[in-house]
Design a protein around this ligand. Structure first.
Ligand code: FES
Length: 122
């Protein structure tokens, strides 16, 4: 699976998230979170309702204090490091990780099969 460049690590602020529409359909396929100096990649696909996008606004994947990923659908909260749901209707289930690499120049690359887009929400 080819690695796709997303952004430079210096372009992602600590405690922030950013979505990427890699399938070019206008909706985020995945998002990054920079948390405590590390970068995590997750599919934009809530395990409560598979196929449901999560952000409440552009890049709005985190709660107020940026300590958890939150789904705008029904308020599920997820650990940033593990993707495990710790609060809400999908308690115990997990987000789908996106494998990331950071190259020698600091570009974040994602290994993601974009031929499997996030299905549209009904
Ligand atoms: S769709 Fe995400 S919590 Fe229900």
């Amino acid at each position: 699976m080819p690695a796709r460049p997303l952004c430079h690590i210096d372009g992602l602020e600590e405690g922030s998230a950013r979505g990427f529409a890699l399938d070019r359909r206008g909706r985020d396929t995945m998002f990054l979170v920079k948390h405590e100096g590390s970068v995590y990649g997750w599919r934009n696909d809530c395990p409560h309702w598979p196929g449901s996008p999560m952000a409440w606004r552009r890049d709005g994947y985190l709660n107020r204090d940026a300590s958890r990923i939150v789904c705008s659908g029904h308020g599920a909260e997820f650990e940033i490091r593990t993707g495990r749901c710790t609060l809400g209707p999908c308690l115990g289930s997990s987000l789908s990780p996106v494998e990331l690499k950071i190259d020698a120049q600091g570009w974040i690359l994602a290994a993601l099969d974009v031929d499997t887009p996030v299905p549209p929400r009904d």
